[in-house]
Design a protein around this ligand. Structure first.
Ligand code: NAD
Length: 290
């Protein structure tokens, strides 16, 4: 019988910690501030950005939402980033991904002041993650997965962990966190060129699926008693719903869940953690910058 890891509840607990930390910082005269920059009119990005700003408000953080038109030039985006780098009321800056195609996202990330890069994508923060330097910012989604494992009481030390996906946003940092001192897992990273993925997964005590393919991980890929963290968020057509689609993960939940000791659902698993860890990172930035 598997236990369902409730991401909403764990995220709520992290946000309560953030509320306390925000009050402590304010008592020291520091109001933590997050700026969220959105370029273009992608409806999903608007929803993400609004919920980040709303969460800041609820916890007492200062926030700024900057919306640029889809026609904004690279120079205009970089000018905003530089302005925010110099703004003492702002400790964290996030440029919502994906920007329009004509914007060089890598150049935007490299322009960020690494001390304010609360997404943890700047090369300086990537290096700090590799070096296990706690002053760096850990990307929010894999950091959220680590919190979920901890909250579920999963012992990572010595465990065989398989991370499916090698993106800079999820897969790679996830692998680094699992192999870091303290977590101490034995990590395999699988990706689109891996041979016999089902066999690789069957070895795993812990599977982290971060692929972007609906319900790819099947029951016969999963060892009895394994822990499964499903990062995937995929829209699949479903005419029976009001929106005409529903969200599914990268794991075939209905058939996999009965084999697991613990599993995250989609939605309500990893998703809510990402925003909670973003606020955590903003508070870390506020403490470090002052
Ligand atoms: P990505 O497209 O950047 O990377 C996908 C990875 O999967 C690649 O490394 C690729 O090698 C690997 N892959 C592709 N096909 C594969 C296959 N058949 N077998 C094995 N590996 C394969 O995606 P990403 O940004 O890492 O996101 C992955 C998923 O996680 C997406 O569904 C995304 O929506 C979701 N996501 C969720 C959150 C959250 O907050 N819950 C945050 C970020 C991403």
């Amino acid at each position: 019988m598997s236990s369902v890891i409730d991401g909403k509840a764990v995220a709520a607990a992290v946000l309560e910690e953030c509320r306390t930390e925000t009050a402590e910082l304010k008592a020291q005269g520091i109001t933590p501030g997050l700026a969220v920059v959105l370029v273009g009119d992608d409806p999903a990005s608007h929803v993400y950005v609004s919920s980040k700003v709303k969460t800041c408000g609820e916890l007492g953080l200062h926030s700024r939402k900057i919306v640029l038109p889809a026609t904004a030039t690279q120079d205009e985006v970089l000018a905003i980033v530089r302005e925010l780098n110099a703004d003492p009321a702002i400790h964290g800056i996030l440029v919502q991904s994906p920007p329009p195609k004509h914007i060089d996202e890598d150049a935007v990330v490299r322009t960020l002041d690494p001390r304010k890069d609360v997404d943890g994508f700047h090369p300086e923060n990537v290096a700090k993650l590799v070096l296990e330097d706690p002053t760096g910012f850990v990307p929010c989604t894999p950091a959220g997965c680590m919190r979920l494992l901890a909250a579920a009481g999963v012992k990572t030390a010595g465990a065989e962990a398989v991370v499916i996906g090698r993106s800079m946003i999820v897969g790679k940092p996830m692998a680094l966190l699992l192999m870091a001192k303290g977590a101490d897992a034995t990590v395999t990273v699988a990706h689109s060129r891996s041979r016999d993925l089902p066999a690789i997964c069957r070895r795993a005590d812990i599977i982290i699926a971060a692929v972007g393919r609906p319900e790819m991980v099947k029951a016969d890929w999963v060892k009895e008693g394994a822990v499964v963290i499903d990062v995937g968020i995929n829209r699949v057509d479903d005419p029976s719903t009001k929106k005409g689609y529903r969200l599914v993960g990268d794991v075939a939940y209905a058939e996999v869940a009965p084999k697991c000791s613990a599993i995250t659902p989609v939605p309500g698993g990893v998703g809510p953690m990402t925003i909670a860890l973003l606020i955590k990172n903003t508070l870390q930035a506020a403490r470090q910058i002052g």
